[in-house]
Design a protein around this ligand. Structure first.
Ligand code: PM9
Length: 499
């Protein structure tokens, strides 16, 4: 089948065969309950040996190809000027098109360096919805994030094709309010992880790019899953149906000035990232900071063999469109399996994961009792499947007021590593989530018993909050109860409560 014509209704056959296997085991239900209790109901704190199917993340969990493993054998482990570094630079230049490249140990290493270079106390960074590590680095550098994503991104049932787009009116109003020099840069994540893997259209990127270039504001692309975004443009945006993903990706990048990259996603690498840009003076500053925080700029915290795996993975990610078509069709297959069983999932299906609307799944649990955290723990207990909370716990606290952010999206993410699981695994996951759905009324919420200062979702611990009798008496509300109405189409940036 021509992937360009794939409509997402069927699971495409794997464009690879399996040469090496890793045994899995499922532990009994009582052992799972004990494991999740001992992990403080945080799926990040479970031991991987206790997990049957691990859908925590697609970050660094992908299966590398035979070509990547062979490339690793060619790793040049010289401290300085490694050949592997030059191979990485060539790969980034030829696939993404940026002039200068600095390797980093992973995406947040690039975010850290970039934030230190471009953000000053009081700077504002507008972007299309926050991402956890990105926003934290912006704040630690003295800046603040302002959300300028389209309102549709906050409506889990809205089926628009490009719910990751930046709202130009919000961006313009913000620029008028705070003056262009205070804007450190505009950040575009494509696709938008926290919105459900929703893509950004080329048309929107073109408009945002023109807006920024007119005002001399740098435009930064978070390219962690930009290949997936390019695929969605191919599938959904008029005029791109016959273009290879590789060309679409290159066009996206050409509209931006800088890119931060977690190569643990699209590029199939188990570790690694980079910061890339076109500006020579920014490169000099970033290269200098790299040696302080990551290691010399020719290895950036990575071994020569990692640089090789990354360079090969980057080329592979756009070499054949059937890789990416298959990956998205797996996510769509799981999405449809859940949706057909009546499970509230975020629409339309995103690129890297199926996002379950935990607030609609558990309408009897208010957001302050952490429904998404509760649901992720319950799914593990029911089936040994590990997922991730993407709601109020991930959103953290406001840097100034220290109050909890209360995001409109309270989600659980079932994330598919690339080239790792098969159709029968996905069917198992669907059955497991359905079992949890059937017993949803029995679930009660959670409360924090330990909250770390930064990125609390990684290491926090929780305890169950027994159901209040009044909540039982009220019975279960309808599937959309408890959800706020769809936000109006507004011209200003989101109020700070929205994260
Ligand atoms: N994303 C994810 O599971 C890794 C753990 S959660 C922080 O989705 C984007 C869009 C990401 C991302 C990581 C990073 C940071 C930046 N941007 O994890 O530092 O999804 O390589 O990348 C995770 P690193």
């Amino acid at each position: 089948m021509n992937p360009a014509r794939h409509q997402g209704r069927e699971l495409l056959p794997e464009p690879y065969r399996i040469k090496m296997v890793e045994p899995l085991r499922i532990i009994p239900p009582e052992a799972r309950k004990k494991a999740v209790r001992e992990a403080g109901y945080n799926t990040f704190l479970l031991r991987s040996r206790d997990i049957y199917i691990d859908l925590l993340t697609d970050s660094g969990t992908n299966a590398m190809s035979d070509a990547q493993w062979s490339a690793m054998m060619m790793g040049d482990e010289a401290y300085a000027g490694s050949q592997s570094y030059f191979r990485l630079v060539e790969a980034v230049q030829s696939i993404y098109g940026y002039r200068y490249v600095i390797p980093t140990h992973q995406g947040r290493g690039a975010e850290h360096i970039l934030s230190r270079c471009l953000i000053r106390p009081g700077s504002i960074v507008p972007g299309n919805m926050y991402f956890t590590t990105t926003r934290l680095h912006q704040e630690l550098a003295g800046g603040g994030f302002a959300d300028v994503i389209v309102d549709e991104a906050y409506d889990p049932q809205c089926d628009d094709s490009f719910k990751g787009n930046i709202d130009l009116r919000k961006l313009e109003n913000l620029t008028k309010k705070v003056s262009a020099p205070k804007i450190a840069y505009v950040a575009v994540g494509a696709p938008v992880n926290m919105a459900g893997g929703q893509p950004v259209s080329m048309e929107n990127m073109r408009q945002v790019s023109a807006f920024c270039r007119k005002r001399g504001i740098p435009l930064v692309l978070d390219a962690a899953r930009a290949v997936e975004n390019a695929y969605f443009i191919q599938q959904r945006e008029p005029g791109y149906g016959l273009k290879p993903v590789r060309d679409i990706l290159r066009e996206m990048c050409s509209l931006t000035d800088i890119c931060t990259m977690s190569a643990k996603k699209d590029a199939f690498a188990n570790i690694g990232g980079f910061l890339a840009m076109n500006d020579a003076s920014l490169y000099e500053e970033a290269k200098n900071l790299c040696v302080v925080y990551e290691g010399l700029h020719t290895y950036g915290g990575l071994a020569g063999r990692d640089l090789e795996a990354l360079a090969q993975g980057i080329r592979e990610s756009v070499e054949r469109d059937d890789w990416i078509a298959h990956r998205i069709s797996q996510v769509q297959y799981l999405w449809r399996g859940l949706k057909d069983a009546g499970i509230p999932v975020v629409h339309p299906c995103g690129g890297h994961a199926v996002f379950v609307d935990a607030q609609a799944f558990l309408p009897h649990i208010p957001q302050k009792l952490l429904p998404a955290q509760t649901l992720a723990a319950a799914i593990y207990a029911d089936s040994g499947v590990r997922s991730m909370e993407r709601g109020i716990v991930s959103a953290g606290r406001d840097a100034a007021t220290k109050q909890d952010h209360a995001p409109e999206l309270e989600l659980v993410r079932l994330t598919l590593p690339r080239r790792v699981y098969t159709q029968t695994h996905l069917d198992y996951v669907s059955r497991g989530v359905r079992r949890t759905f059937q017993r949803r009324d029995s679930l009660c919420g959670l409360k924090f018993v330990y909250e770390p200062k930064y990125l609390r979702f990684f290491q926090a611990r929780f305890a169950p909050v027994p159901k209040a009798p009044s909540a039982r008496r009220r019975g279960r509300p309808g599937p959309r109860a408890g959800r706020r109405a769809r936000p109006r189409s507004g011209a200003g940036p989101r109020p700070s409560r929205r994260t």
